[in-house]
Design a protein around this ligand. Sequence first.
Ligand SMILES: NC(=O)c1ccc[n+]([C@@H]2O[C@H](COP(=O)([O-])OP(=O)(O)OC[C@H]3O[C@@H](n4cnc5c(N)ncnc54)[C@H](O)[C@@H]3O)[C@@H](O)[C@H]2O)c1
Length: 324
Amino acid sequence: MTWLVTGGAGYIGSHVARALMDDGHAVVVLDDLSSGRRGFVPSGAVLEEGTLLDTAFLAEVFGRYDLAGVIHLAGFKYAGVSVEWPLHTYFQNVSGTANLLAAMEAASVRSIVFSSSAAVYGNAAAEFVTEGTPTTPESPYGESKLIGEWLIADQARATGLRHTSLRYFNVVGSGSLEVLDTSPHNLFPLVFRALREGSIPKVFGTTYPTPDGSCVRDYVHVSDVAAAHVAAARRLQEGAELEAVYNLGSGSGVSVREIMAEMAAATGIPFSPQVCPARPGDPARIVASGELARRDIGWEPRYSLREMISSAWAAAEADAAATL
Ligand SMILES: NC(=O)c1ccc[n+]([C@@H]2O[C@H](COP(=O)([O-])OP(=O)(O)OC[C@H]3O[C@@H](n4cnc5c(N)ncnc54)[C@H](O)[C@@H]3O)[C@@H](O)[C@H]2O)c1
């Protein structure tokens, strides 16, 4: 069976592509390399280089392969930047998804797993965010992910498309030394860069109503996230009825201060973070309930926080050494 992985040259998509191949599937990656890297595409997968905004390219790709389904991860993921670039965000994430669905319909490809985000919940007040927690996205990015979910659900109602959307919480770690989170905005890459450059990592806000005053988040290893896609894809292929959305979170919250203490231990570089003012719009705590994914796709996060940190640090060190 061949699966198309959009965004398969990106951080999470390349882990998904590897996990699919390990599970015995053939993989075609569709990626415009806007934030991904050619070198992240696993050997054995085919790379179709181009954008979801090019409908002729999409028709060509769908004409070339007999696809069992699509795992759709391509998108613009910088929530903060999306506030400055709403149209760019909507073109990439909403128009791109609509084009993909049209190409799937034309080629009679009938299964899709979509990469959504905890950003759809905005500043949810719930102690544990469930799939039923109201969606109140706080950025064009979060809105674009919610619209992506709606587009897919509407297309499913109209055409019988089999689908599910996975709302990831904070995805970290690396499954291999060759692939890493390259985001210039995420906590892990920011702290690691600071440590390499000899500057002090920053913690934004220490007076939140949390046990140590810093923000609490729910971290999941990228290999666990990848495994959830493979499990969901399999269930869709088997004809199982899945929910429209699933949270992918561990159900346990970790504060930024706790993460930094673990980072100091895992890297062997002692540091005390520099305290900076809280950033507007950062919720105090956002932690998922992952019960539904456990029930329906048998998903259980396997990696510890220490493994998330040490694997991410090892991949960041390998990347820094390779670019010297
Ligand atoms: N990293 C996280 O913590 C996180 C959390 C929630 C959701 N997500 C979502 O997961 C997906 C993957 O995230 P990531 O962290 O791997 O990001 P990433 O930037 O590494 O990967 C995105 C990939 O999509 C490609 N791409 C972007 N626009 C494209 C287009 N129009 N056509 C073709 N390819 C395009 C990029 O080149 C890149 O390879 C994204 O949709 C993101 O919104 C990520």
